[in-house]
Ligand binder design. Structure first.
Ligand code: EPZ
Length: 422
């Protein structure tokens, strides 16, 4: 298992290009299976999770080809003959569960493995299954698999309220409904940009969806969807991650290119409270850090609130702020596996229920630390950038799942990260 050896502290100076969004690409790939003809997706990042989903999709007999030079993906579902998503692949990447909606939409039946938990605890899918049952899909659980089928080629549909609002459940239900449900209303639907982009692609394919971008989606079945050319969005979580990284060292000056600032929700407003200089100009974001970072307490929320996928990175930054701050996660109540690792580097964080209290400013000293999940891992890499001396970040395969060319992008702007293959 590879590790990163990081020498710090180093300021970051230069330009970082933002890649395509992991969490937006996955639903677009699933939507392509609903097309009568091939779809071509662009701005697809080269990531472990994308590769895993490619294999899940190829398992069905669908032809899928990733062009690494162009970062594009061509998906031709005409050969789709196997409506199974097997455990050994689904367990590797939770979003493979989108195959349930895609296969119900494409074939009216599916056998999909239940996803496992993840590094920070159980990740239920009860809302997905309840929503499909409400839609009129027959759902049976047996030996860790979901068996789904519909009588005939459509279901009456109905109305379903998500409690809590769920990105994955919204995506799965939309995928299943657009070709199968005569009339289906999803209330308290997720409004993340990833959901909006999926609905836009389905609309371009010919789907009938009303309320896109609101918390109520109304879907009416259409007989056929056509394959399309469609562009993925830049990764909003990668953008937020590098904005935070650029604020860590007082002498950093970083330009992010290829961004989609409108997908960042309320994050820029929170970021502006740090006291660092930053400007948004079209798809470019410029950050110049400062000697004195203000402590800014945050509470994660569903979009457009502070994203839970940025809370670990924010906690690392708060170790360098002058004063006390708190990070509260209201979406996942136990997503704090990075805390003991940051404390090994000399930080002073204390977890109480779903809150972390952070004492800043603390000098971080390099040490060996363990990655546990994608966002916790990147928060440790960021800590290594400002820690005095050598830090070793073990199990960096977590990073390879969700950050395209991470060490390359950071080394080009002055970081000193060496990947050691073990
Ligand atoms: C998506 O996960 C993202 N993953 C996550 O990013 C992100 O943290 C999360 O949304 C929240 O924004 C992808 O897009 C692939 P949810 P998802 O369903 O869809 C509860 C990353 O780091 N819930 O919106 O699984 C759930 O427990 C990943 O890139 C149920 O109770 O998240 C949580 O408390 C990590 N029952 C809340 O809803 C269900 O059936 C929100 O989860 C489904 C969810």
């Amino acid at each position: 298992m590879d590790k990163f050896v990081i020498e710090g502290p180093t300021p970051l100076k230069g330009t970082i290009p933002i890649s395509g969004s992991k969490n937006a690409a996955l639903p677009l790939m699933a939507a392509a299976l609903l097309g009568h003809t091939s779809s071509r997706l662009s701005l697809i990042p080269r990531l472990q999770d994308i590769d895993t989903f490619n294999r899940v999709i190829a398992e069905t007999g669908t032809t899928i080809h990733f062009n690494g030079k162009e970062n594009s993906l061509v998906i031709d579902p005409s050969g789709l003959s196997n409506t199974i998503a097997p455990y050994d692949l689904v367990r590797k990447m939770r979003a493979s569960f989108y195959m349930l909606g895609a296969l119900i939409g494409h074939a009216g039946e599916a056998k999909v493995s239940l996803p496992g938990g993840c590094a920070w605890g159980p990740r239920p899918v009860d809302l997905h299954l309840q929503g499909f049952e409400k839609m009129g899909v027959r759902i049976k659980l047996d030996q860790g698999y979901v068996f789904a089928s519909i009588p005939g080629n459509s279901v009456e549909g109905g109305e379903f309220t998500l409690e809590p609002s769920s990105v994955g459940a919204t995506i799965n239900l939309v995928l299943g409904a657009v070709k199968r449900a005569k009339f289906f209303v999803i209330k308290n639907a997720a409004q993340e940009p990833d959901v909006v982009l999926l609905c836009r692609m389905l609309q371009k394919m010919g789907a009938d969806i009303e309320g896109i971008g609101t918390d109520t989606l109304t879907i009416r079945k259409v007989e056929k969807l056509e394959g399309v050319e469609f562009s993925n969005a830049p990764d909003r979580i990668e953008t937020g991650t590098y904005m935070i990284a650029a604020a860590l060292h007082p002498e950093s000056e970083v330009t992010l290119t290829g961004c989609k600032p409108e997908d960042l929700g309320d994050f820029p407003r929170t970021f502006s409270k740090l006291g660092v200089d930053f400007q948004i100009d079209g798809s470019t974001i410029f950050i110049r850090s400062a000697e004195n970072i203000h402590p800014v307490s945050i509470k994660t929320k569903i979009y457009p609130g502070f994203p839970t996928d940025l809370q670990a990175q924010w906690a690392t930054l708060m170790t360098q702020a002058n004063g006390l701050s708190t990070v509260t996660d209201t979406v996942y109540f136990d997503r704090f596996s990075y805390v003991p690792e940051l404390n090994r580097l000399g930080a002073n964080l204390r977890v109480e229920k779903n809150n972390v209290t952070i004492h800043g400013k603390t000098k971080l000293i390099g040490a060996a630390v363990m990655s546990t999940d994608l966002r916790a891992s990147v928060s440790l890499v960021m800590a290594g950038l400002v820690a005095e001396g050598t830090s070793e970040i073990l199990r960096v395969y977590h990073l390879d799942r969700g950050y395209e060319k991470l060490e390359d992008k950071l080394n080009r702007v002055g970081a000193s990260i060496k990947r050691v293959v073990q």
